[in-house]
Design a protein around this ligand. Sequence first.
Ligand code: CMP
Length: 147
Amino acid sequence: ETERTLAIIKPDGVSGNHTNSVKETILNHGFKITEESLIQLDEDRVKRFYAEHSSRSFFPSLVEYMTSGPVLIMVLEKGNAIADWRALIGPTDPLKAKVTHPHSVRAICGLNLQENCVHGSDSPQSASREISFFFKTTSSGYASKHD
Ligand code: CMP
């Protein structure tokens, strides 16, 4: 059954010129990119997106990092998209990923635990919340960007 998940190429991924290779990896693994938007996030939007991490010690730093430059937000679609995209990006920490999952996106493109190049929704509930956080679905069934 077709699923949708949210992918983000984070500021380090965009500024490190990883956008094209990450998109190529996505398409080579059978995902369709059905939405795509290059945006500069502001502090308020990052805080709302990562609200579940708001009490963590790394939160202020995460907000600064995610507002440090443009990000590419994408909706990916295929069967089992949520788990398959998480598997493809690998563990949160790129330095660990280099050892345990050397072919994963974070092993190849990520810099460190914070600047880990990409995001992927971790569950169907997160995917649904995160997709509607950035994209709205119109009555025609086509998604369009929020303002
Ligand atoms: P992600 O899992 O996509 O969403 C939460 C982000 O917070 C995570 O990627 C990292 O970018 C960052 N993060 C998670 N854990 C830490 C940590 N311990 N220290 C710094 N940043 C972190």
